[in-house]
Design a protein around this ligand. Sequence first.
Ligand SMILES: [Zn+2]
Length: 275
Amino acid sequence: MIRLGPAGVPISSEDRSTLAGIRKVAELGLQAMEVEFVRRVYMDRKAAEEAGKLAEELGIELSVHAPYFINLCSDDKQKVAASKKRILDSCLRAWEMGAKIVVFHPGFYGKLSPEMAFQRVKRACEEMREWLDKKGIEVLLGPETMGRQSQFGTLEEIIRLCKAVKGCRPTVDFAHIYARQGGKIDFGQVFERLKVLKLKHYHCHFTCVEYSPAGVGRGNERYHLTLDKLKPDFRPLVKEILKRKLDITLISESPILEKDALKLKQIFEEEGYRF
Ligand SMILES: [Zn+2]
C-alpha cells in the first residue's frame, strides 16, 4: 500500500486546525498527514483523541513530527533530558491519536566523534523506549536521516541505531540523503541498505532540495524546492517502490506541501499504480 500526504495541515486549508487539515487531506484524495509539533507539543489529550477519531473515520494515516529543539548528543544533561521529554510528549499525543511513529531529529555531533554521538543517541533511545514500554505506549521512535554534515543521522547511522534499539524505525528523508551526498541518490541502493532491518512498512519524507557542496560527496541541505526542480527527480523512486512492491508512506515537505503530494501521486498513476 502506498500512502501520500503533507507534512502538516494542507496550505489550501483555510481553517488551520488539525481537524480541518485531516478533512482537507481526505478531500484531496490523499491518505496520510504528519502532525507537526515544530516548536512545541501544542495538543492536549482531548484534541489528539478527536484528531485520531476523525482520521480513522476518513481512512487517513497519521504520524507525528517531534519539535526541532532536540539534541540527544549534548554534553548538557538537562538539554538531553528536555529533548527526551519533547519526544516522549510527542509519543503520548501520537498514541492518543493513533499515530504509529514519532519522527525526530536526533542531534548534532558537536565536538563528539561520530561513534560517541552514536552511543549517546542510542542510550537516549533505549531510555525513552523503556519509559514508553512501561506506560504501554506502542508508538515507534522514528529517528530521521539528516541533511547536514553537522547533524547525526547518515543513513548508515540511522540503520545501525534502529538495529540496536527495539521499537526504533528509520524515517527515511530522501532529500536529506540527496543533499548530504552532494546531490546524489540511488533509491535502489537506499532500499538495499535498509533490507537488513526487514521492515514491513517504510515511513519517508520527500521534497526537492537545494544543497551546497562541501567537498566531494559531502553536501549540506540549504532549502526545500518544489518537485518540478527535479533535485532529485522522484520518478526513479516511484519505479523502485513499485518494482519492490513496498508498503510505504511518503510525506511531502515541499514548499507547496499537498500539491507536490498530488504530483507524486500522479507520477505513481503514470507508472501504473491505482490508488
Ligand atoms: Zn524532519
